[in-house]
Design a protein around this ligand. Sequence first.
Ligand code: FUL
Length: 481
Amino acid sequence: MKKFALLFIVILVVSSCKKVTPPELYGPVPSESQLAWHEMEFYMFVHFTVNTFTDKEWGYGDEKEAVFNPTELDCNQWAKVASDAGMKGIIITAKHHDGFCLWPSKLTEHSVKNSPWKDGQGDVIMELRQACDEYGLMMGVYLSPWDRNSSVYGTPEYLPYYRGQLTELLTGYGDIFEVWFDGANGGDGYYGGAKETRKIDNKTYYDWLFTHVIVKELQPNAVIFSDAGPDVRWVGNEKGMGSTTNWCLLNKDDMYPGGDFAGMLGEGNEDGKYWVPAEVDVSIRPGWFWHESQDSLVRSPENLLELYYSSIGRNSNLLLNVPPDNRGLLNEKDVESLMAFKELLDKEFETDLAKGMKVAASDSRGKDFKSSNTVDGNPDTYWTTKDDVTTPELIIDLGAGTEVNRIILQEYIKLGQRVQGFKVEALVDGEWTQLVEGTTIGNKVIRKFPVTETSKIKVTIMKSKACPVISNIELYRAPGE
Ligand code: FUL
């Protein structure tokens, strides 16, 4: 009998020491550079070129270099504003469709080197690099594939030119976090004086795969953006609207920049073969470039907050364009609005009411994966269940009755995007009342609901491709009703 008891104790000890393993990866997962990109969340787009001085959105390509003459250009001001607004980087139009280069490219005369600005000795990209370093921001570059200035655009000769410019940017200016390839391609232009329409085949002309190899070789940590990835995809609109169902997954094999896919880019593909999350690009003004006539049309702080919810709150990153004016400064109107927006944002998410609260779950995989990991403020810990459990629920005990009206949910995306449906309820007068219902979560969703006083919040995963893996839940009482 004693022997049996001993054996039983040994089995008990051995089994309790046996390490419970994390769930297997499910489907495509993000690369290291994509994970770093997800953490960037919010960054600035800077549209700046000859258009800033000619009052155009698309320069024809015949603009004289002499028009580029900012009187007070100050990249430190751009970087300070970006940083004060809570942004983590700046992506600049090193060359827009007009072909004018903001750096002294050796491959063309159409650049700052022939402008009066700093007597042709200036380099906007270098100044931005230094400013980004000063303010702890990442830097990214936009290099328009379409070049309305180049005489060789539309011929095979253009490709070495384009790639040569890309190489200058990716070798001369430190670490680049994102390389932005625009889908707008081909049409009429100056083309070295030819002044004609040149159409290219978006699918074949640029031989994108080869260009991607160059980027990966020169900047292994950078992500590549285009309509079709390969690392980050366009959200499919320029209105600031992420999709409420938003898979970080995409079947991109037959896709290319400038193709006719906008309609499906918002949602991505539930069964996508690649991890290609969405980025929302939108301007703080009606245009992408500065126009004096639009100084009165800058988005309000409240509108910027709505953009935050419809992008970052929908599992996307937000690339907000703030174009410098013809002095080379972010305009007072834009700065004022951005700073007021940041104040609103800070008030919105002032105190996380779920942090450190007691949590109970219908299932857990073991102590390393316990439900309280969702409220520990540590992005590296998570709650998950046994493999065969895909619809668990979790209850956060807020103690006393507490007013709440916002919830943040995050999956631990290193193990893949899994959740297909969820709901959030509150215990009100002894009954569970539904606050929110949703489909995907992914890296992050933020949802609003009417102010509700409750002592308990229940999150139910209604449908998941595999056992859900939730890293973070936050609750807030934002100002207002
Ligand atoms: C578009 C361009 O044509 C616009 O000028 C702007 O740069 C926007 C971000 O992308 O395709």
